[in-house]
Design a protein around this ligand. Structure first.
Ligand SMILES: Nc1ncnc2c1ncn2[C@@H]1O[C@H](COP(=O)(O)OP(=O)(O)OP(=O)(O)O)[C@@H](O)[C@H]1O
Length: 355
């Protein structure tokens, strides 16, 4: 039942506002694709366009090879799962699950049997007689999932489904949703503003910005080779540090605009004298003996979570360093840092594209 979804040259205008700009995206059958980006970038609009809750202004949208541009939502055979759950409060879990089947005229006994089957898949077997108000947030989310599953749709469309849950439950539900996706062999499209959620759940991540697909790829492709400064800053936590710099005369190292820094060797030669933005991930900076450090910076703050320690430096721009374990550094100390040549990212100052 599961299907491929294809968008080619899709545009969406809300009056004069251009919400989606020339979107080209193939969602392979059986894949789990996350749409991420800051608030207002168009990810919900894209998802709602697939569902048919928005009409696209131009381009083609197809599901299982059939053009869907003018097909109403209920005939697209896709299931949406929302953050608000949208459960019927006056119906038991069993009735919530079987409602769509009953609407289609499925006999009562068969609908109940399907509800029991789906309840077993989603861990709701003991809760079939409860009402939504008697469920925890995670259980309600599972009912919302179950209602989508029972319809055996061509694709599952998730709109920030975990936003209402606390941090621990979110982590658990991520695994449950991904596990269900795998067991059902489903095609899933998942909107989130949380890049960690996207990275941990999806096979393919689509980063959007102001209505445009900025970059798409596997989670680690985006992390290792961000195409733009925006993607570099959006993927990875804590965020990449950006420092202005100049390619040195030898073309093989880059001098940062920070006092007490040596040129950083690069893995590929660049044009000498070129002004660039240098990207350094906090987890790639290593603390080293000041005598052989490439950067010597004053420490402004030290924060520890027990397993990780975050150092931030004084001065402009601030540089963040993350290390595993603990550190006896204190505010006011100087820290010596170095970074491997293949971990130095460079971006064009004007276009902000990776170079
Ligand atoms: N019905 C509408 N009429 C006019 N503009 C709209 C409409 N719906 C959305 N927009 C605009 O389109 C842009 C994209 O909205 P969308 O909801 O897709 O963003 P989003 O990336 O999902 O953001 P968020 O994470 O905040 O939900 C926003 O600037 C929004 O204000």
């Amino acid at each position: 039942m599961t299907a491929q979804i294809e968008l080619s040259n899709v545009d969406k205008h809300y009056g004069a506002f251009h919400a989606l700009k020339n979107i080209n995206l193939t969602i392979d059958k059986g894949s789990f694709v996350a749409l991420v980006g800051p608030s207002g970038c168009g990810k919900s609009t894209l998802l709602r366009s697939i569902a048919g809750l928005e009409t696209i202004s131009s381009g083609t949208l197809s599901i299982a090879g059939q053009t869907m541009n003018n097909v109403p939502p209920r005939k697209r055979d896709v299931a949406m799962v929302f953050q608000s759950y949208a459960l019927y409060p006056h119906m038991s879990v069993e009735k919530n699950l079987s409602y769509s089947l009953r609407l289609k005229g499925t006999p009562r006994a068969e609908a109940r049997a399907r509800a029991e089957e789906v309840a077993a898949t989603t861990g709701l077997s003991d809760l079939l007689h409860r009402y939504p108000r008697q469920l925890s947030g995670g259980q309600r989310q599972r009912v919302a999932m179950g209602r989508a599953i029972i319809r055996n749709p061509k694709a599952f469309l998730f709109d920030e489904p975990l936003s209402n849950l606390d941090a621990a439950l979110r982590v658990q539900m991520r695994k449950e949703i991904r596990g269900l996706h795998d067991r059902l062999g489903a095609t899933s499209v998942y909107v989130t503003h949380d890049q960690i959620e996207a990275m941990t759940m999806a096979d393919h991540v689509v980063v959007m910005r102001a209505g445009v697909i900025e970059q798409q790829g596997s989670p680690l492709e985006l992390y290792d080779t961000p195409a733009t400064r925006f993607v570099a800053g959006f993927i990875g936590s804590p965020a990449m540090n950006f420092v202005p710099g100049t390619i040195a005369a030898d073309g093989r190292s880059v001098q940062l605009d920070l006092p007490d820094t040596q040129p950083l060797p690069m893995s590929r030669p660049q044009q000498a004298g070129r002004r660039v933005t240098v990207g350094l991930r906090p987890e790639h900076l290593e603390i080293v003996d000041p005598a052989r450090a490439q950067l010597n910076l004053p420490v402004a703050a030290v924060e520890s979570t027990g397993s990780l320690t975050y150092l931030s430096t004084a001065g402009e721009p601030e540089v963040t360093v993350v290390l595993t374990g603990r550190s006896n550094m204190r505010s006011g100390d100087r820290v010596g840092l170095s970074i491997a040549p293949d971990k130095v990212h460079l971006f064009d100052v004007e276009t902000e594209r990776a170079i």
